[in-house]
Design a binder for this molecule. Structure first.
Ligand SMILES: [Zn+2]
Length: 195
């Protein structure tokens, strides 16, 4: 459960980027179909946690440790994101492969960027260029926030809240009663024609 604030932050930041793109009509119409893939991509490197949590559920702590050591390290690398994006794309054979792949890839790289803001794994960093660059020289991090710190989540939540308010102000027509008004008008017209 300790990863929940991190996941919410990843989801929130991906939403903010999608929201910004959706505000530019030209890009929105082109990218709309791929928002979902970018969104999944942004949590993709942490999908291995599902395996670790399942192992924990069955109290198999050795297996949990194995999943964390093997998958967390390899999924949180540029090569890992490239490979997992490729594997994920294969699940969507009917879509435009290149664009689905690009969406997963960009989402995954965003995940690495955000994780890189923190002090992951006892003050080290992400082994972005693993297996080509290992050891302390291969560990990258901006060291801006402690893992499980609520600060990134709070900042993201405020930004998401602002977008919701802006949407509410801008899209008044969406929540207006237009369909109901039409219904009444049609009823009136029917009554009039009946008279
Ligand atoms: Zn992560």
């Amino acid at each position: 459960m300790e990863t929940l604030p991190d996941w919410l932050t990843h989801i929130g930041v991906a939403y903010l980027i999608i929201w910004l793109i959706s505000k530019i009509d030209k890009y929105d119409s082109k990218c709309r179909a791929y928002y979902i893939f970018f969104f999944i991509g942004s949590v993709m490197p942490d999908l291995e946690r599902i395996l670790a949590l399942t192992a924990e559920l069955f109290q198999n702590y050795q297996l949990k440790e194995f999943f964390i050591v093997v998958f967390t390290t390899s999924f949180h690398t540029i090569l890992g994101v490239i490979c997992v994006s490729l594997a994920m794309t294969s699940f969507f054979p009917n879509e435009n492969h290149k664009l689905v792949y690009l969406s997963f890839l960009l989402g995954g790289l965003l995940h690495l960027l955000l994780d890189g803001m923190m002090w992951p794994w006892s003050g080290m960093g992400l082994f972005l260029f693993f297996p080509f660059l290992t050891g302390p020289r291969g560990a990258f991090s901006f060291h801006l926030a402690w893992p499980e710190s609520l600060v990134p989540l709070i900042i993201t939540s405020i930004a998401v809240g602002l977008t919701l308010i802006i949407d509410l102000i801008q899209k008044k027509s969406l929540i207006s009663l237009t369909p109901i008004k039409n219904l009444f008008q049609n009823n009136k017209m029917l009554k009039k024609s009946a008279e």
